[in-house]
Design a binder for this molecule. Sequence first.
Ligand code: NAD
Length: 434
Amino acid sequence: MIGGGYVGLVSGACFAEFGNDVAVVEADPAKLAALQEGRIPIFEPGLDRLVTENVAAGRLSFGSDIAAAVADAEAVFIAVGTPSRRGDGHADLSYVYAAAEQVARALRGYTVIVTKSTVPVGTGRRIAQIVRDTRPDLEFDVASNPEFLREGSAIGDFMRPDRVVIGTESERAREVMRRLYRPLFLIEAPILFTGLETAELTKYAANSFLAMKITFINEIADLCERVGADVHDVARGIGLDGRIGRKFLHPGPGFGGSCFPKDTLALVRIAQDAGAAARLVETVVAVNDARKAGMAMRVIAACGGNIRGRTIAVLGLTFKPETDDMRDSPSIPIVARLVEDGATVRAFDPEGTEQARPLLPGAVQYCQDAIDAATGADALVVVTEWNEFRNLAPAKLRAAMRGNVVVDLRNVYDPVAMRAEGFVYHSIGRPSTA
Ligand code: NAD
């Protein structure tokens, strides 16, 4: 497994749990040192135990030496990052191609080279070319096996997936992949064998569709606010239709994270390059960017239009709960704007503080818990719906705060209870009189 990040580490540990011998290669010395000392460099529920047990069983190891790791491997997974390339939104494939070349040089016999990273259509064939150029003698196949796990529930998603997609043209490679995923055949998880391009595109299509669903309900939420409707009832009313489905219809401050923003952008670029317009997804990107940029204005408006000298508590910084991942989190533009407009920001996140520090203005005060953040605040903003925020007693919050403005961008509180406690309570897509 090349890359020991969210995907490589989880997939590596899960493949080991399936009974395979897995060597994870990680290039970042700090991450590698942590892994070798038995520490998990990311926060992902259950990962600590899974890694410890499989290391103890001798099935999982960590190192930096690609040659040693891949020499006798039946399959090598490339799970390195594919961020947006600065400037044009194309997926940056430099890590993937560098890894492919390193792997090619080190292989000793027939191996399936699998991309687990999310990569644009055509990357698999390009990798095959790189490997052929590097090692004309080598017997190998390429496969695309995009990963659909969600941070925060990654292990369950990997162990009990809705489906596994494997794109390859070689029967020999299919057989290796079948053996690797055998436990999933036993639980009858749908395994789709497709061509390379199809598998590569399926991942982008899935993420773009989900991003579109979120963006759709966010627009409906804005409309609800204007016409006095309740977005949760609308979401339920449409979601119970089996053709629509109930999931991913929760309104909020706009999608963020390490996947949706970069993958929607990459799909747009892939479509442009292929001469096929992806206007729906283009619009999703634009609408979502505008939404994230505009969220701070809701807070400023709730505070009467001027936040200079005010103290604002921010609950939650990560792009969603149960992860420490801060990549493209909606909290980044919100907090930046609040600080820029002269507010003192007191922030708390259960797991994301360390990753947040380099991405947020230096003036942000990081607090011990939610009540600590709320202490002396004129207004409070909920940015991420961690369970511990849902469970806060409104009376306790009210007692800690100096002011009484709450802007709940995740609708975690009951508007009636909040207003009864004396809060001026704003949420997303719910009538202000509710
Ligand atoms: P990440 O940044 O957490 O992990 C990538 C790791 O690869 C880093 O630790 C980096 O140091 C390491 N690396 C880079 N080049 C290397 C090399 N040559 N040798 C060894 N290690 C190297 O990224 P991630 O979140 O795990 O995402 C990886 C890929 O999976 C991306 O394409 C992403 O789109 C995709 N993906 C991510 C998720 C998710 O929820 N994070 C879900 C599905 C798919």
